[in-house]
Write a protein that binds this ligand. Structure first.
Ligand SMILES: C[S@@+](CC[C@H](N)C(=O)[O-])C[C@H]1O[C@@H](n2cnc3c(N)ncnc32)[C@H](O)[C@@H]1O
Length: 279
């Protein structure tokens, strides 16, 4: 089979299920297989594919038609133009989370500071921050030991990791300048509306945020006070419909300068708040 024919075959197989997403997905699969650049894929469309690869290609398509996310099948995803290893122990990084990273990089101007990524998962947020600001001191926690194994591969030894329930393994310390978190925020009702590929394959504890989806914001608004410095900041990703309740939670817990930032799709996506007078 020629490369161009394989691309067409993959696209046509995926189209009935994935519609227009079949185009980028078919490219991603072939790029992974052939270990080539996007331009090479089209420039070499009349070259033969090694026939030994075809059964593997068909196996990938079978898994995709069975709702398995492509990221888990290939074992890698791109986030902020950087490749990360993933597996089914971690949430698949979403482009929306780039808004959270951007918000921090444009607000935190200190040369030196310490931050913790609460619910680090695959490590995408802490890794990108640490790579953009190598002098920052980075910590990451997660309740899932298996997720931390993935974070540790992606972050090598750039981020100090701990397995704990939020900040339970930190002594009250006023140690951090800011906290970042993309917590689980799917409500009970929303959980049952999720696409099967998400509901059946991504980790439940990375998605489910309690009956109304807000459990983690309630905890973060209170428990962050034990580890943040005076005037410390928190940055959290939020669901598109959570702007009002999350703002209320942080206001009621005494946080100030609360700002909500939209993502590129103009949905509310990030909350930033400051903890004044944390004495
Ligand atoms: C939505 S995922 C975010 C993962 C990653 N930061 C990202 O943005 O792709 C939430 C993460 O929080 C972790 N988590 C859930 N409950 C937790 C808890 N009580 N304490 C610490 N981490 C928790 C999950 O294991 C999961 O890795």
């Amino acid at each position: 089979m020629l490369i161009g024919e394989a691309l067409k075959m993959v696209r046509e197989t995926l189209y009935p299920k994935y519609g227009d997403f079949a185009v980028p997905q078919s490219e991603e699969i072939l790029l992974f297989f052939l270990k080539c650049s996007r331009s090479d894929l089209y420039l070499n469309s009349t070259k033969q594919i090694n026939p030994e690869l075809i059964p593997e290609l068909k196996q990938i398509l079978k898994r995709m038609l069975n709702n398995e996310p492509l990221g888990y099948i290939l074992g890698t995803v791109f986030f902020y133009s950087r490749e990360f290893e993933i597996n089914s122990d971690v949430l698949i990084p979403r482009p929306d989370t780039e808004t959270l990273v951007e918000e921090i990089l444009s607000n935190e101007k200190m040369d030196r500071c310490r931050f913790v990524d609460a619910g680090i998962g695959s490590g995408i947020i802490a890794c990108v921050l640490k790579e953009s600001r190598p002098q920052w001191e980075a910590y990451g926690i997660d309740i899932s030991y298996n997720a931390l194994k993935v974070a540790s591969k992606n972050c090598s030894n750039q981020v100090s990791l701990a397995c704990c329930d939020l900040f339970s393994s930190f002594k009250p310390c006023r140690f951090f300048d800011f906290i970042v978190s993309n917590p689980p925020y799917i409500s009970e009702n929303e959980f049952f509306l999720l696409d099967q590929s998400v509901r059946n394959h991504e980790p439940y504890h990375a998605l489910y945020g309690g009956e109304d989806g807000l459990d983690f914001y309630r905890r973060l608004a209170v428990e962050s006070k034990g580890i943040l410095r005076n005037n410390g900041r928190i940055y959290c990703e939020i669901g598109f419909n959570q702007k009002k309740p999350v703002k209320e939670i942080f206001t009621e817990c005494g946080w100030s300068n609360i700002i909500i930032k939209d993502d590129l799709g103009r949905n509310p996506r990030v909350i930033r708040a400051v903890l004044k007078d944390n004495k």
